[in-house]
Write a protein that binds this ligand. Structure first.
Ligand code: PMP
Length: 346
């Protein structure tokens, strides 16, 4: 693979990062803080947050089986996606490669950063299920491809991309490989986190927004080599994760068994929801899912969407997305919410 220096934008490689007051202070016993022009009132919100979120990372690292210095935390994983563009991609020159259909923010961030976005359409089998081939994806790369974005389990299709094909991409592509595991907690397959030391150009994204039931606090995670995380820390805003979010994360981390219990409940409810949908006469196909949602091909998705809307039930209409004609993406809710959905569908 290319060296990190060959992949990183030269201005970022040479960047001298902003040094904040809280970066410079490393003492433990200080009681008087007159270094950051903060107000002395309204403790603790008068204080700037820890710029590198050390306490959150200390509790998170053993759960994820990585070192604290292999973790970047940001304002949702969307911040990490944007940082990847800003760190690696030269506007107007470089490109990235991804799949279609997939999560929409890769393309939006590419457009914002003036980076060409190349998307490779998934194949489909005779039942209409999605197929992913590393060869087709790699054929779209060239010497200016800085990163490949792969979402597994994929949004909106729901299933994991085949592990062998992902490994092929990791072995053959010489730029950054981003595997977005926003929905990893709901899959049975192992996470790619365990392969970080084997593939120095791998970046794994996860989030507090799904299994951790905390989309409102905006906390996303990127896991990568210490060198890559060091680059992200240089480029990010100094205080990118606020005090309230860090406190909420600490309280979630203090009782991780709650999260695993929510995930088990969601997986059981997913199976029940799928069985109910299968029995519905207007559901033509239910795509395999490893996530907390299910993609369903309906006889007439826009009509069903409007019927549900009129009853105050919102699902995601994916009818206009490539290869998703007549598809609705339905999030697994509580048993009561899913029963309400089914009742409204009838
Ligand atoms: N990646 C994928 C695949 C997603 O589906 C989403 C949210 N829908 C995100 C990332 C964004 O997550 P966050 O809330 O952490 O920004």
């Amino acid at each position: 693979m290319k060296s990190l220096q060959e992949l990183v934008r030269p201005n970022i490689w040479n960047l001298k990062p902003y040094s904040s007051a809280r970066d410079e202070y490393k003492g433990v016993d200080a009681t008087v803080f007159l270094d950051a022009n903060e107000s002395p009132y309204n403790i603790p919100y008068n204080r700037y947050p820890d710029p590198l979120q050390a306490e959150v990372k200390r509790l998170l690292a053993p759960i994820k089986g990585v070192g604290e210095e292999q973790i970047f935390l940001g304002n949702g994983s969307d911040e990490a996606i944007d940082l990847i563009f800003r760190t690696f991609c030269e506007p107007g020159k470089d490109n990235v490669v991804s799949l279609a259909p997939t999560y929409g923010m890769y393309e939006v961030c590419a457009d914002v950063n003036d980076v060409a976005y190349r998307s490779v359409l998934l194949d489909t089998d005779r039942e209409g299920n999605f197929l992913f081939s590393a060869d087709a994806l790699l054929a779209a790369t060239d010497e200016r491809t800085k990163a490949i974005f792969l979402c597994s389990p994929n949004n909106p299709t729901g299933a994991c991309l085949p592990r062998e094909e992902l490994l092929k991409v990791l072995r053959r592509f010489d730029g950054m490989v981003v595997i977005d595991e926003a929905y990893a907690d709901f899959m049975e397959e192992p996470s790619f986190l365990t392969l970080l030391s084997e593939y120095p150009h791998l970046i794994v994204l996860q989030t507090f927004s799904k299994a951790w039931a905390s989309a409102g606090i905006r906390l996303g995670m990127a896991f990568a080599s210490t060198e890559i995380i060091g680059l992200f820390n240089k480029v990010k805003y100094p205080y990118n994760v606020n005090v309230l979010t860090q406190r909420a994360a600490l309280s979630l981390l203090a009782d991780y068994s709650r999260i695993t219990a929510w995930v088990s409940e969601t997986k059981a409810e997913r199976a029940r929801l799928i069985a109910l949908l299968e029995a519905h006469p207007e559901c033509m196909h239910i795509y395999p899912t490893d996530a907390n949602f299910v993609l369903v091909r309906m006889t007439d998705a826009p009509a069903m969407y409007n019927r549900l809307l009129a009853k105050g039930i919102i699902v995601r209409n994916r009818h206009r997305v490539q290869l998703c004609q007549n598809c609705l993406r339905i999030t697994v809710g509580t048993p009561e919410e899913d029963d309400a959905l089914l009742a409204a569908m009838r």
